[in-house]
Write a protein that binds this ligand. Structure first.
Ligand code: CP
Ligand code: NVA
Length: 299
């Protein structure tokens, strides 16, 4: 029997598997890996892109998505996360979960007989990284050797992207104020993926020569109590036209969205000539389809 493959962070894929997933993602009609099957999509937090891209990816693979709010099933209140995973696996070929605490997806994956896909946790957003890398590949013809400058928080989005960039042989630099950098464990994990984990606190230095300038919100879902100090700490880290102008001439701007125009990114950049945010958002669906085809397809 084929072992169950979970996708909790990008490095659950080997480098050549990530390349295969990106290639599958570019195929608009892969084999119907989910024909007659379902996928449960569990959300503890709000979502627009992730829910819709996952639901449509499941449909495109011939399957039926069932989205459910965390409160509806009562994770660890009505029933343990483990029993919810075991139950959903009775009906579904895969389970996706968006959670506050990364431990929850790990607990589900530990007992689930079907693949568990992390649809965002406090630690990781690997589906986002797949869509981002697909966008870079489309724009530049390859990911390897491209320089990605992430100006913002060491959060779920930047961590997964740094790991994915390492696996895809891209350069990655994180730029933010002291106290909001990757920690030792992050750096070790990025290095293990083949990445460099360059960390700087000067935005101009970070974006010099960058092919991709990326940012995300300063205050992630679940961190609302840290908003005052984070807003103050990141005040000098907004991506504006002047900063983007210091990147490579053909640089693109990416943001996982939702954005806060006027805070982490200037409106002129978010909706400007170099922005690829809508292509990036669409790619979430193609990447989700590619990943599910890889996880659930023929051996
Ligand atoms: N980028 C992203 O995950 O968007 P949603 O939170 O809307 O799903
Ligand atoms: N870092 C953000 C990403 C949202 C898609 C958050 O976790 O809220």
């Amino acid at each position: 029997m084929k072992p169950v493959r979970h996708f909790l962070e990008v490095d659950d894929l080997a480098a050549e598997e990530l390349a295969a997933v990106l290639e599958l993602s570019a195929d608009p009609s892969p084999p119907a890996a989910l024909a007659g099957k379902g996928m449960a999509l569990l959300f503890e937090k709000p979502s627009a892109r992730t829910r819709h891209s996952m639901e449509m990816a499941v449909v495109q693979l011939g399957g039926h998505p069932v989205s459910v709010a965390g409160t509806e099933v009562g994770i660890d209140e009505r029933e343990s996360a483990e029993d919810i995973a075991r139950t959903l696996a009775c009906y579904h070929a895969a389970i996706g979960a968006r959670v506050f605490d990364h431990l929850l997806v790990q607990r589900m994956a530990a007992v689930s007989p079907v693949p568990v896909v992390n649809m965002l946790s406090d630690q990781a957003h690997p589906l986002q990284a797949l869509g981002d890398l697909l966008t870079v590949a489309q724009e530049f013809g390859r990911v390897s050797g491209r320089r990605i400058a992430f100006v913002g928080d060491a959060n779920n989005v930047s961590r997964s992207l740094a790991i994915g960039a390492g696996l895809a042989s891209a350069e990655f630099v994180l730029c933010g104020p002291d106290g909001y950098h990757f920690d030792r464990a992050d750096v070790d994990r990025i290095s293990a993926a083949g990445g460099t984990a360059e960390i700087v606190d000067d935005p101009a230095q970070a974006v010099a020569g960058a092919h991709v300038v990326y940012t995300d919100v300063w205050v992630s879902m679940g961190e609302e109590d840290q908003a005052p100090e984070k807003m103050a700490a990141f005040a000098d880290y907004a991506v504006d036209e002047a900063l983007l102008g210091r990147a490579a001439p053909d640089a693109i701007f990416l943001h996982c969205l939702p954005a806060r125009p006027g805070l982490e990114v200037a409106e002129e950049v978010l909706y400007g000539r170099q922005s690829r945010i809508w292509q990036q958002a669409e790619n979430r669906m193609h990447a989700a389809r590619g990943l599910l085809a890889f996880l659930l397809g023929a051996p």
